[in-house]
Design a protein around this ligand. Sequence first.
Ligand SMILES: *[C@@H]1O[C@H](CO)[C@@H](O)[C@H](O)[C@H]1NC(C)=O
Length: 427
Amino acid sequence: MIFSKIQKPALAALACLLAVAQAVPTTRVEPRSLSFDYNNYKVRGVNLGGWLVLEPWITPSLFERGGDTAVDEYTLTQCLGKDAAHSLLSQHWNSFITAGDFQQISAAGMNHVRIPVGYWAVSPQPGDPYVSGQLDILDQAIDWARAANLKVIVDLHGAPGSQNGFDNSGRRGTINWDKDRSHVNATLDVLSSLIKRYAPHSDVVTAVEALNEPMTVMGDSGVDLNNLKQFYYDTWGRVREVNQDTVLTLHDGFQDIDSWNGFMGQNSGVWNVMMDTHHYEVFDNGLLADNIDQHVQAACTFGKNKVGPTDKWTIVGEWTGAMTDCAKYLNGRGVGARWDGSYGQGSSTHGSCSGYAHGEVTALPGSVRSDIRRFIEAQLDAYESRSGWVYWTWTTEGAPEWDMKRQLAANVFPNPVTARQYPGQCN
Ligand SMILES: *[C@@H]1O[C@H](CO)[C@@H](O)[C@H](O)[C@H]1NC(C)=O
């Protein structure tokens, strides 16, 4: 594959190579038909977050089993040791989400799930404390998805060295992913394995996401955008070595989503590429100060001005009904919330986190529940302006602003997802 052979110094010459490739039509392999028609149907889905990749705020109790130093899956498994970690995590994998959840997701009118998985599920690095076994569960999940008529986006959420330094990459702290080329190579090999494993199941696994949230907006301490683009071309080559139709999904790296227009576009000789952008309004003091009307407006504007004009299929692959950052451990274990001023220096106070940090959706005040529903409906409308949406996240131990399973049951998330109490908010 031409794209997997292009090294970084050659990136500037890529346009020329692509022009050559286009001039030779026989090099173009036409895609076979996909089992989901991304041109004519909207992606409506939910992330199965905190399942095969752990996050402190989704399952606080698991992390509390590991002691205070367990701040991510790496340190949790390190604190527990292999045997105890494997026992605790297996129990979690086998109970947190089951076949019945896939049936509920389908019954609410959704057609996709996005399933985060870490590199360590495929090939742990020497010395890693992580435990494995997640792929057996993922295999099972694909059967459950098939039975529920759901499509699966397999999403590589954690890469060696960490692509964003977030706890949800497996390891919180420094971003070393592209600082060492062997990490990038290992990531490509992990993707090859995943694609080979799931290509025979392309009736269900329609898409593989190369890398979740690579942090390209932090200068020298983050990921280099050119390294990321080269990795995306290399990944495309790896996918097409195995399978002509699987959609390659690419996160925007926190660049404006419309800045990717032209990249791997319709005339570049690649096909079946989908962009993924994430939208949150809770990790910034300015946005936290918004009232409900301003939150709705911000979502509508994002959908109209940024997502709508993209030149490739584009999903909003993570977003939430949350309007506070209060969920326990949301900003990291041992870190407070901006909302109530406990985040630390420079945080202003917007209100109390009582009821938001941990609790039932039905225990939220009625006005909060209706505001969350308004905000959710606006986002559903906004993101269906392009290819659709995938909510974050299906379930939690008790983060009421984030827990779709409980929100559907409490009529805070529209059920079915096409129902509207507040129609036309983005018109
Ligand atoms: C990464 O892979 C490339 C291409 O196969 C190879 O040339 C390079 O030596 C590898 N780098 C490392 C550090 O393994």
